[in-house]
Design a protein around this ligand. Structure first.
Ligand code: PLP
Length: 287
């Protein structure tokens, strides 16, 4: 069934939505994005995503095409028009189309940013059976650029990482730099040791996950100990549990790393509890 999508101020059937071939998102990956999940027809952590979007735009000196209030309205309108109960909203803003190709940024006074949003309907997202089995990851070298804190659409290497994992018979890849895990291809990585939740500290090396922030807050509120520091693949393989977080997967247990089982080889109690708390709290605060 055709979706209703949003492009530069218009709600259109997906077949009719068009962006210029000169768009800088297409030619230069000069764009940023956000993915907000939908539970019970409501937006999870919209404010967090809107704030990170604002920061990404600011870091790239890109103009916001609309206010946060207008963004909220567009998100809600798309949820309603497409009847989304569970799923995601994808939002992308690029530096727009100056009508030619040039490395130099176009003048923001004459070239408006491009904004696109569309829904992804995923019934059963919260009840994903994969969360009960856990997933396997391989480790690969992190060769991405140095500003991973900006959520840009330069996703070729993460996409290649998923393909490397698939070829190796695994589900995803964890990226390693200087002997330590940075993050997953599209998620933040964690281990649990002696009841303590360990995850890499925030810096330009990783995306500042909105789910990460919420999960760490809930963990601390539930009196769980959290340590923000780097860890190696060997330490992760020897941990009691491992898991990752993202807006679309919530909290997902990792049960195998480079072929070695983590803990019992089954999802552990800490990841299961965090997933439950995260989903409960997200449902309560979704707007
Ligand atoms: N790290 C990377 C590289 C990502 O691409 C993502 C999400 O797409 C995340 C972490 C998780 O961020 P969030 O929880 O905001 O979805």
């Amino acid at each position: 069934m055709s979706r209703t999508v949003y492009v530069n101020g218009e709600y259109l059937p997906e077949e009719e939505a068009k962006v210029s071939i000169f768009d800088r998102g297409f030619l230069m990956a000069d764009g940023v994005y956000e993915v907000t999940s939908v539970l019970d027809g409501k937006l999870v952590d919209f404010e967090g995503h809107a704030k990170r979007l604002e920061r990404s735009l600011g870091e790239l000196e890109m103009k916001a095409p609309c206010t946060t209030g207008e963004l909220l309205e567009i998100h809600r309108e798309l949820v309603a028009k497409n009847g989304i109960e569970e799923g995601m909203i994808y939002l992308q803003i690029t530096r727009g189309s100056p009508g030619d190709r040039d490395f130099v940024f176009p003048d923001p006074e004459t070239t408006a940013p491009t904004i696109v949003l569309f829904t992804q309907n995923k019934p059963g997202l919260a009840d994903n059976p994969v969360a009960k089995q856990g997933i396997s990851v391989i480790s690969i070298e992190d060769i991405r650029w140095g500003r991973r804190d900006i959520k840009t659409v330069q996703l070729l290497y993460p996409s290649m990482g998923k393909m490397m994992a698939k070829k190796a018979g695994a589900d995803d890849a964890w990226l390693v730099e200087d002997g330590k895990v940075t993050e997953g291809t599209s998620n933040n990585a964690y281990i649990v040791k002696g009841g303590k939740i360990i995850t890499r500290a925030l810096s330009n090396d990783i995306l500042h996950g909105i789910t990460r922030a919420a999960v760490l807050r809930f963990a601390r509120e539930a009196q769980m100990e959290v340590e923000e520091r780097s860890f190696s693949i060997e330490e992760a393989q020897g941990a009691d549990e491992a898991f990752f977080t993202s807006a679309s997967a919530f909290v997902m247990p990792v049960v195998k790393i480079d072929g070695a089982e983590v803990g019992t080889g089954k999802p552990g109690p800490v990841a299961a509890r965090l997933r439950e708390i995260y989903l409960d709290e997200s449902r309560k605060t979704a707007i």
